[in-house]
Design a protein around this ligand. Structure first.
Ligand SMILES: C[S@@+](CC[C@H](N)C(=O)[O-])C[C@H]1O[C@@H](n2cnc3c(N)ncnc32)[C@H](O)[C@@H]1O
Length: 368
């Protein structure tokens, strides 16, 4: 059995844990933004391909409670890096320390690099250690929490929230794994129509469709582990085949609308890239037109909260949204926003929980 750590968004650890349990792997520890588990080698491909809410999947190379830099050096030096790292592969060392004696991350990185280089140079005269902020890096992450050191290798490469379909986008959209998480939290039962009425680049609607069809979110991308020495080439192919066999189809009704014509065009491109062209019905539409309709769908959306709109306009927008909610008892609605005033406005009526989109605090509201 190998040991793994899946990083995720703060307060979504429970969803990440569910993804691991679904594959029948054994959870060993759940910490702030981290889910640790044990599983066979296939998990390296399976979790990378299938995790909707994960950020990065790490393989744990070593773990020990320790307090001195000498002990840290020894722990890292003992790892057989040549087993994992190809010759001349650039290596990147990252570090985080929380509530621990060894607290200086630059010093931790320096010691770690020294230990890794010495180990790799053992019996040879080649120099391996180069750093490039690129996908091909072999990324080592030294994580220290309460003096317990984990030496981790990033199996994903680029973080898992960057789905292959996200080519066309403007400004900072909702992170794909956060969008997937709010669809999962909405308990959409796939029978009702699903709506996003402020869709912008379509992230929420695309994630909803992928969840409905059980499409592995990462089926179209490359992972760092595919370049690792000890990983057989067939592993990823087998897991892609397995994931494709688990896809299913049905007559889902997923709608996405936005007032802006250009964003609808961009959303179409994103759907094409996701291989989901024509499977989401989209419209250029002002959400206010829903004030005149009786609706009973599942609505998961991310209303405007910044940019071109002034606070006063935003107040009105949120009041109209509230009217849509109250007029439609059968509407199962959820929305996520960082508009701070919405917290006071909705405080008394609606439940909310805090989450993070990138580094921005957001509130996720639900019908109570
Ligand atoms: C926060 S963005 C949604 C971002 C989206 N979740 C994503 O990840 O790409 C809000 C969207 O609301 C749209 N919008 C603003 N006013 C609107 C209105 N009256 N009716 C419908 N859409 C509107 C904007 O064009 C913008 O695309």
């Amino acid at each position: 059995m190998l040991k793994y750590v899946l990083s995720t968004i703060a307060w979504l650890e429970k969803l990440a844990k569910t993804e691991i349990i679904k594959e029948k792997y054994e959870i060993t520890e759940v910490n702030d933004r981290l889910v640790c588990f044990e599983a066979p080698i296939e998990a390296i491909a399976r979790i990378n391909l299938n995790s909707r809410v994960g950020n990065k999947l790490y393989l744990q190379l070593a773990e020990k409670k320790l307090e001195t830099f000498d002990d840290l050096y020894d722990l890292i030096y003992e790892i057989d890096f040549k087993k994992y790292i190809r010759e001349n592969s650039p290596i990147l060392v990252k570090a985080t320390s929380v509530r621990s004696g060894l607290s200086s991350t630059p010093a931790i990185q320096k010691i770690a690099k020294k230990a890794i280089t010495s180990k790799l140079l053992e019996g040879s005269s080649e120099v391996f250690l180069k750093e490039k902020e690129e996908f091909e890096n072999f990324e080592i992450f030294i994580l220290i929490i309460n003096d317990k050191v984990k030496v981790l290798a990033n199996t994903s490469g680029e973080a898992l929230h960057k789905r292959a379909y996200r080519k066309y986008s403007s400004d900072a959209p909702i992170k794909e794994n956060l969008a997937a998480a709010i669809v999962l939290l909405s308990n959409w039962n796939f029978k009702k129509a699903f709506y996003d009425i402020f869709c912008w680049s379509w992230t929420i609607a695309i994630e909803a469709l992928m969840i409905a069809k059980n499409i592995a979110p990462w089926i179209n991308r490359k992972f760092a582990f595919e370049n690792w020495k000890f990983i057989p080439k067939w592993l990823i192919q087998e897991e892609i085949k397995r994931a494709k066999e688990k896809e299913f189809d049905w007559d889902y009704k997923i709608f996405a609308s936005d007032i802006d014509y250009e964003v609808i065009e961009m959303a179409k491109e994103n759907a094409k890239l996701a291989g989901l062209e024509g499977q989401i019905i989209f419209e250029q539409k002002d959400f206010k037109s829903f004030l005149e309709e009786k609706i009973s769908w599942t609505l998961v959306t991310n209303p405007p909260y910044w940019l071109r709109l002034k606070d006063d306009d935003l107040e009105w927008l949120y009041k109209d949204l509230d009217k849509i909610f109250t007029q439609n008892e059968d509407l199962n609605w959820w929305f996520i926003t960082s508009f701070e005033n919405s917290k006071d406005f909705y405080k008394t009526q609606y439940k909310n929980r805090k989450l993070y989109n990138w580094w921005e605090k957001v509130y996720f509201y639900k019908k109570s």
